[in-house]
Design a protein around this ligand. Sequence first.
Ligand SMILES: [Zn+2]
Ligand SMILES: [Zn+2]
Ligand SMILES: [Zn+2]
Length: 363
Amino acid sequence: MHNPEFEAQRIIDLKNLMPDYDRPHRRYNPLKDEWVLVSPHRTQRPWLGQVEKTPALILPEYDSECYLCPGNSRVGGVRNPVYDSTFVFDNDFPALLPPDDTQPATSDLFRAEPASGISRVVCFSPRHDLTLPELPLADVEQVVRTWIDQTRDLGERDNLAYVQVFENKGEMMGCSNPHPHSQIWATSFVPNEPLREQRAMLEYLTRTGGCLLCDVYAAEQDTGERIVLENDGFIAFVPFWAVWPYELLLISRRHFGALTDLRATEIRNLAELLKQVTIRYDNLFEISFPYSMGFHQSPFDGEPHPEAHFHLHFYPPLLRSATVRKFMVGFEMLAMPQRDLTPESAAERLRELNPLHYRSRPK
Ligand SMILES: [Zn+2]
Ligand SMILES: [Zn+2]
Ligand SMILES: [Zn+2]
């Protein structure tokens, strides 16, 4: 479906892409239309294998103080049911409220618009201590099905244009409760990040006749060097333009836009990859690995979105050990993101990790 001129250029580009990335260079992110500075000469030394371990935090299966555990009461006195699967509720302190008739004051210079929506919490299971990598696969599948049901419920509503599913994991990411859960914020508008990517994918479709992420998928399979894991439905790789040290992008093999388009086999494929990817993450420094992750899907704004390709970002902050994190400060805050470790090296390191979770291995 590509125009021939673009196809010829794509083949030349691939041939020229022989890895020679040991000097400083910048890489372009076509999803966000921005650049990242890569300074690999600062990490030319081989990996020293030095891991600063923090004492393993052993959590109980149930915590009477946890407001997400079954049967416990939340702020405001609402009591959770004694749930035995996933459990969804409206956030007790929602960032978004239902629409009303008020209009914020606005001008050309100080522009404001009404913003409404719904925010929900999805507990992965009754178990206080089991994160995605340690949850049985059938339970991870149930989490995916819950995200799908929620997306359908919220996406069908007239006053909502986008459904953002995300998980913020670990104190380092500002997550205050260790009980494994994700959040869903559905908004009356398309938020910045998906809007920006949507525009980039549409521009690419218009220019080349093809889908940006279908092409990225094919190109990553051609080289293979940034792939960490793959199965019949999805590929997980460190993107060429990754900013965070061990950032991952999961792309569906098939072209479709939203969680609600997943087929039964793809639900299983996605659950498997989620579990396997998070096992590698935990094994990297042998800790419960912190990250923010979330899906990007088609807007639910009533328009067809042929350019939209379903995917999932993982943005983990850790760099060299359980305690050394990457900060986005200084040059990064004022100029552009920068990294030392190349995405190719990060992918290699993740790929070589044990596929069994470190806590489930015999000592
Ligand atoms: Zn709990
Ligand atoms: Zn596609
Ligand atoms: Zn995205």
